[in-house]
Write a protein that binds this ligand. Structure first.
Ligand code: CP
Length: 313
C-alpha cells in the first residue's frame, strides 16, 4: 500500500481485516518493523482519538513519532499556485510539505472540510498537496471528504460482533448544534459497501450524502422505519451536501433513543466519538450493553497499526 486515503487504496480489504484480527491478538508481534523510521502526524484540526491511537499504533511498531498541530502552531499557509504572497500567509504548502517529507518516512494528515466551497473541499487540495510534494506515503487522519482510519476501525468492530456473514447496518443522521463535515458518513458508506454489508442510510430531506459514496445503499427519509431488523445502528451528524455546509434540521425525533433501538434486531450502537450526549443519542442507549463506542475507539489503534504496518512493508 503506497498511501491510505480511502478504501480504494486498499488492494485486498479481506486481507487487511484478517491482518487487523492478528494485530488485535498480538499487538507487539512486529515491534521492530518501524525502528529507525519516523511518523509525522500533522493536524490542521483538533483530535483526541486519532492523535492518541495513531501514536500508540506507531509505538507498537517501534516507530518514532513527531506531532505538529499545524493549524494552531504553524505558519499560515498559502495554497494557491502563482500567488504573490503579500498577505498574512507566510509559507506555501508545497514548501512546507516538501520539508516535512525530509524529516519523516510516513506522514499522517488531518485536514477537515471548510464547508464553504463544496468543489474545493471535494477536490481535497491539502491531501493532494501532501501526496504531490512530500515524497513519502500519506495516511489520511480525516480529510475533507473521508475518514478511512475510523472506517477501518468501524469494520473491525462490526466483524467482531456481526450475527451473520452479511449484516444489515443502519447509518442514521442525528441532530447536532453545529455544521459538521460529511467525511465520516461518506467514508462509513464507502467502506461498508466495499465489505458487502447491507447498508441503509436514514437522513432528513436535504441531507442526502454525495451519491458517489452511497451507491448501493437503501436511502430512507424518515427517522424510524429504517431501524426495523438492523444489526447495527451507526449515528452521525453531517451538514447538508446539497445546500453545502448548511444546518437545515435539528429535529430531536432523529436522536437515537431506546424506542427506536427496540425496533432493531438487538442492534449494536456505534458512533465515532466525540458525541453530543442526549442530542445525537440518549444516555440510556450510549451507556447500554449494546453500545460499542469505546470498543470502536480501541479498534482505532488496531486499524492504524495494520495500516502503518502495510505501508512500512
Ligand atoms: N473519531 C475521531 O476521529 O476522533 P477525534 O476527532 O477525537 O480524533
Amino acid at each position: 500500500m503506497n498511501h491510505f486515503t480511502s478504501v480504494n487504496d486498499v488492494p485486498d480489504l479481506s486481507a487487511l481485516l484478517a491482518r487487523c484480527r492478528s494485530v488485535k491478538q498480538n499487538p507487539l508481534g512486529t515491534l521492530n518493523l518501524g525502528v529507525g523510521k519516523t511518523l509525522g502526524c500533522i493536524f490542521f484540526n483538533p483530535s483526541l482519538r486519532t492523535r492518541l491511537s495513531t501514536q500508540r499504533a506507531a509505538y507498537n511498531l517501534g516507530l518514532s513519532v513527531i506531532v505538529m498541530n499545524i493549524g494552531a502552531e504553524g505558519w499560515k499557509l498559502e495554497f494557491e499556485d502563482g500567488t504573490v504572497m503579500n498577505d498574512d500567509k507566510a509559507e506555501h504548502i508545497k514548501d512546507a510539505v516538501a520539508v516535512m517529507g525530509q524529516y519523516c518516512d510516513v506522514l499522517g494528515i488531518r485536514a477537515f472540510a471548510n464547508l464553504k466551497d463544496r468543489d474545493a473541499d471535494y477536490q481535497e487540495a491539502i491531501l493532494k498537496a501532501f501526496k504531490q510534494y512530500s515524497g513519502v506515503p500519506i495516511i489520511s487522519l480525516e480529510s475533507a471528504t473521508r475518514h478511512p482510519c475510523q472506517s477501518l476501525a468501524d469494520l473491525i468492530t462490526i466483524e467482531q460482533h456481526k450475527p451473520s456473514q452479511v449484516p444489515t447496518v443502519l447509518l442514521t443522521w442525528a441532530p447536532h448544534p453545529k455544521a459538521l463535515p460529511q467525511a465520516v458518513g461518506n467514508s462509513f458508506a464507502e467502506w461498508t459497501l466495499a465489505a458487502g454489508y447491507n447498508l441503509r442510510i436514514a437522513n432528513p430531506a436535504g441531507y442526502d450524502l454525495n451519491p458517489e459514496f452511497t451507491r448501493g445503499a437503501e436511502i430512507f427519509h424518515d427517522a424510524k422505519s429504517a431501524y426495523e431488523g438492523v444489526d447495527f445502528v451507526y449515528a452521525k451528524n453531517w451538514s447538508s451536501y446539497q445546500s453545502y455546509g448548511e444546518v437545515l434540521n435539528q429535529e430531536m425525533e432523529w436522536r437515537v433513543d431506546e424506542q427506536k433501538m427496540a425496533l432493531t434486531e438487538n442492534a449494536g450502537f456505534m458512533h465515532c466519538l466525540p458525541v453530543r450526549r442526549n442530542m445525537v443519542v440518549t444516555d440510556a442507549v450510549i451507556d447500554s450493553e449494546r453500545s460499542l463506542v469505546v470498543e470502536q475507539a480501541a479498534n482505532r489503534v488496531v486499524a492504524a497499526q495494520a495500516v502503518l504496518e502495510a505501508i512500512l512493508r
